[in-house]
Design a protein around this ligand. Structure first.
Ligand code: NAI
Length: 333
């Protein structure tokens, strides 16, 4: 199948070419993001492969469909960036990678927690400048602290096991409790989780219900000085409310792998440009904020699995054999 691959980087080419040895699709790699202005690149391609910051709104989907596209193969688990109702109405099939390595994301969340707590970025900079002072580097034992997990799906479950292994008390909030997590944690209402947790880690999807789940009210409910970590989707957190929380000290540490306005920043080298996003720039002024550019998924194991499942979705769509991980506006496979 001819597949137009958008937002591609060198690592996409490496891992997709490798996985494609067993699938035999015809892959064309486009560096630009998929937007209304670039959708024409996909004309004549029955399949389009898109990543998390590509635009898959109704006008883009209509252009793709008019150009002959029938399959949108997302190389991500999240699908909040796709107008599924428009896709359904246009007769476009949307597929995703439901799980590739939940360990990659859970481990990155832990890396952010340890790094923020023990101030590794600051310490590293200091030592490189010959400054071995420990002033300002005081951390806390994670052992014995309360960690609150919002969303105990595939990633949240693994994260629960990891922090349990550190000797933490684990609280969880999810409308659908999972027995594995019930065995090692206590499910509580969100307000209780926020009030009692020393560390809050977000692992739920972005939906209309979870948009700005952490808003000014939620920040006020947090335990004073608590750490907030978001490796899920940027818009779960109202960034302005988080900044106010950092200024007041209500939020003691903030770790973000995702940011609500990330699409014009992340996955690019902007080091010789002026950042135009003042809210993002403000975030970077806090010594107790750690930002990574949506890299939680980025392990060799995860990227291998993403390429394999994406191409398997295309094969299943083309041949009718094998599993097609389809998402529609009313059903997720
Ligand atoms: P999943 O679908 O296995 O689990 C999501 C869980 O969130 C489910 O148990 C669901 O019941 C729960 N949930 C839904 N609404 C909720 C609410 N209002 N409050 C609390 N919990 C709620 O998803 P998975 O694989 O664990 O991924 C979680 C999220 O992580 C994805 O939606 C995606 O946005 C994000 N992600 C981020 C990556 C990164 O590189 N930073 C990579 C992969 C996923």
């Amino acid at each position: 199948m001819r597949i137009a691959m958008f937002s591609t980087k060198t690592y996409d080419v490496t891992y997709f070419d490798r996985a494609n040895a067993t699938h035999g699709h015809e892959l064309t790699y486009f560096e630009p993001r998929l937007l209304e202005a670039t959708a024409a690149l996909a004309a004549g391609y029955p399949a389009v492969c898109a990543f998390v910051n590509d635009h898959l709104d109704a006008p883009v989907l209509a252009k793709l469909q008019a150009g002959g596209t029938r399959l949108i193969a997302l190389r991500s688990a999240g699908f909040n960036h796709v107008d599924l109702e428009a896709a359904d109405a246009l007769g476009l099939t949307v597929a995703r990678v439901p799980a590739y390595s939940p360990h990659a994301v859970a481990e990155h969340a832990l890396a952010m927690i340890l790094s923020l707590n023990r101030k590794l970025a600051r310490a590293n900079n200091r030592v490189r400048e010959g400054n071995f002072s420990l002033e300002g580097l005081l951390g806390f034992d994670l052992h014995g602290k309360t960690v609150g997990i919002v969303g105990t799906g595939k990633i949240g479950r693994i994260f629960a096991g990891i922090v349990k292994g550190f000797g933490c008390r684990v609280l969880a909030y999810d409308p659908f409790p999972h027995p594995e997590v019930e065995a090692i944690s206590t499910y509580v209402p969100l307000a209780t989780l926020l009030a009692e947790s020393d560390v809050v880690s977000l692992h739920c999807p972005l939906t209309p219900e979870t948009y700005h789940l952490i808003d000014a009210d939620a920040v006020e409910r947090m335990k004073p000085g608590a750490m907030l970590v978001n490796t899920s989707r940027g818009a779960l957190v109202d960034t302005l409310a988080a900044i106010e929380g950092l200024k007041s000290g209500r939020i003691g540490h903030l770790g973000l792998d995702v940011y609500e306005e990330e699409e014009n920043l992340f996955f690019q080298d902007l080091s010789d440009r002026v950042i135009q996003d003042d809210v993002f720039s403000r975030l970077l002024t806090f010594p107790n904020v750690l930002v990574t550019g949506h890299q939680a998924f980025f392990t060799a194991e995860a990227v291998t699995a993403i390429a394999e499942t994406t191409l398997a979705n295309a094969t299943a769509f083309e041949t009718g054999e094998g599993t097609l991980h389809r998402v529609t506006s009313d059903q997720i496979a």
